[in-house]
Design a protein around this ligand. Structure first.
Ligand code: GAF
Length: 366
């Protein structure tokens, strides 16, 4: 039987492509976000969960030419040859090259590197395949060249690569969940202080990740536009970050643009929902958590304007069929919907959902 472990898939791809054994292999998981969307680049709170088995495997060994970076993706069935001193090229190899430049530029300038990668994450599903690729690369390269790398600094370094080299102005949630999170367990994170704590699941209930079939692409304009709108709101309101504002700040400032008011309202109320959601997990209150999920979706739809007709329809149908709550998860503009469903209803609920909306896929139950 073919392995589904990304690390083993990457090692097998390495052997097949390069004709020798890798010296090291690493795994980094994708994540699903339970609550707290677009709050991370505003210094706010998030509640992601690293995924079991769904992630990126990287197998690596020293190469045969100084500075040469040989990449093979078994997922894209693609080969890329780069050099360690190159700049951004605008494709998937940038995520890997950026991390290698950050972590082990000198070592690779001396020995070169060969890397094979494999992913079990669906692309464009909003489950953080880019961050998993970065974290897996940093872990593998650090191990190969004997560099110490604790999980929090790997997350910080991976985000810096994505911001500075890849050019995507993301927050730290995805890299943090991938590097620090325990697969299958929710993680509460204060993105400003980087304080974090594991959060429990709700006994008798499961989160279901439903693929919308609409591929989200964060390097397109929508995400960067939201980041810019939040910065503009900070400047007008004279705060360093929108998370400096409490719910009481929502009364409205005379002359403050209506669109920015809605963006601010999403961030401020979403931060509060993460706090309330953490409490609901700790008290095992599926009803409250589900309600917060639905409020989060409506806020993403009406105030932050990052949902699409397909994810709206999945949320509406999921609730109509008996889910406690549902919301679009991840960066937005498509991707996946997360629903909270009672264990006993799971099978019938999933069957009815896919019968009603045949373009959806059940990606995972966590
Ligand atoms: C993407 C980003 F990479 C994260 O930093 C976060 O902002 C998320 O969208 C939205 O919550 O995954």
């Amino acid at each position: 039987m073919r392995s589904t472990d990304p690390r083993q898939l990457a090692a097998a791809a390495f052997e097949k492509h390069f004709g020798g054994l890798p010296e090291t292999a690493a795994f980094a998981p994708g994540r699903v976000n339970l609550l707290g969307e677009h709050t991370d680049y505003n210094g706010g709170f998030v509640l992601p969960m690293a995924l079991e088995r769904l992630g990126v495997g990287i197998a690596a060994a020293r190469g045969d030419a100084p500075g040469k970076v040989e990449l093979f993706s078994s997922t894209f069935d693609a080969v890329r040859t780069r050099t360690i001193d190159e700049g951004r090229a605008g494709d998937w190899s940038d995520y890997v090259l950026g991390c290698l430049k950050s972590a082990c530029a000198e070592e690779i300038a001396a020995s070169g590197i060969r890397i094979a990668l494999a992913t079990t994450l669906p692309m464009g599903a909003g489950l953080s395949s880019s961050a998993a690729l970065e974290v897996a690369t940093l872990k593998a390269a650090s191990e190969l060249f004997g560099r110490k790398a604790d999980p929090v600094s790997v997350a910080v370094e991976a985000q810096a690569v994505e911001n500075g080299f890849v050019g995507m102005p993301c927050g730290i949630m995805d890299q943090f969940a991938s590097s620090v999170g325990t697969p299958g367990m929710a993680l509460f994170l204060n993105t400003r202080t980087l304080e974090y704590a594991p959060a429990p699941s709700i006994p008798g209930y499961r989160f279901v990740i439903v693929g919308s079939g609409v591929s989200h692409q964060l390097t397109e304009d929508g995400y960067a536009t939201r980041v810019a709108e939040c910065r503009q709101a900070c400047n007008l309101l004279e705060v360093a970050m929108l998370s400096d504002l409490g719910v009481d700040a929502l009364g409205g400032t005379p002359g403050f643009p209506e669109l920015l008011h809605r963006r601010v309202r999403h961030i401020v109320t979403e931060n509060q929902r993460v706090h309330d959601g953490l409490e609901a997990l700790r008290t095992a209150d599926a009803g409250v958590f589900g309600r917060l999920m639905l409020e989060s979706h409506i806020s993403q739809k009406d105030d932050y304007e990052i949902t699409v007709a397909e994810t709206d329809a999945i949320v509406e149908t999921a609730i109509a069929l008996g889910a406690c709550g549902a919301r679009q998860t991840g960066g937005g503009f498509g991707g996946s919907v997360l629903a909270l469903v009672a264990d006993g209803d799971l099978e019938a609920w999933a069957d009815k959902l896919t019968a009603t909306l045949p373009h959806t896929t059940m990606i995972a139950i966590v």
